[in-house]
Design a protein around this ligand. Structure first.
Ligand code: SF4
Length: 222
């Protein structure tokens, strides 16, 4: 990891870290992207997300790391399991597992809101004061965007539901993300949340002049 960070410093490339290791992500990443059910549910400057997560899935993920500093005796667990991509709930995809879920959560998918420095998709976020000056790395000449996703969808497979019916299974839904040169971005979430798919799309986009993937309802087959 140290070698990669040294190289990033010297060569100015962006580093995308797909990981379950929240401690590593909080140590080395400038920004963090939390994924659930193929969607970005929270994103922002690492310190802001780690210190004050707003989405209840991110809160559960962080609570599942035992902190020696707080002296917690038990790990927080997120109840249940990630639903199958063919079986996501209609509204918020985390609503079946969320202790704060209400009617609107089950009916309407929350949009990503907040600021560039800290965004979250939740109808009842844990609100907190934005830190002064918190924000992603500014888009200067040194930190130019090198990959930009806007409303990207990925279909991994079409499953036959009968002789003539084909069911699309979305691995990634409505992803918006900008990666800048010289920054390290951590993508975290449980297995099957879409972390690797998002990273693969970013890698596929990088290098295409103007290194952007912008297409509403874009679908990529496998
Ligand atoms: S939108 Fe509702 S169900 Fe989803 S994380 Fe927020 S409170 Fe929980």
């Amino acid at each position: 990891m140290k070698l990669l960070l040294d190289l990033r410093e010297r060569l100015g490339f962006a580093l995308i870290l797909v990981s379950h290791d929240l401690a590593l992500v909080s140590d080395v990443c400038d920004r963090v992207v939390v994924m659930y059910g193929g969607q970005i549910v929270e994103t922002g400057v690492t310190a802001d997300v780690m210190e004050a997560p707003a989405h209840h899935y991110a809160r559960g993920l962080l609570g599942s790391v035992l902190s020696l500093e707080t002296g917690a005796e038990r790990l927080t667990q997120i109840r249940g399991v990630v639903p199958s991509p063919a079986d996501f709930p209609k509204g918020c995809r985390f609503s079946d597992r969320c202790p704060m879920a209400t009617g609107i959560c089950r009916d309407t998918a929350p949009a990503l809101e907040g600021t560039d420095g800290h965004g979250y998709a939740c109808h009842h976020p844990r609100r907190h004061r934005q830190r002064e000056g918190a924000g992603p790395m500014s888009a200067t000449a040194e930190h130019r965007p090198i990959a930009e996703l806007s409303d990207v969808h990925v279909v991994h497979a079409s499953r036959g539901g009968g002789m003539f019916s084909r069911e699309k299974v979305y691995a990634l839904t409505g992803a918006d993300l900008v990666i800048r040169s010289g920054e390290t971005v951590g993508i975290v979430g449980e297995s099957g949340c879409g972390k690797s798919t998002l990273a693969k799309v970013l890698v596929a986009c990088n290098g295409r002049p103007p290194a952007r993937c912008r297409s509403p309802a874009r679908t990529c087959g496998r």
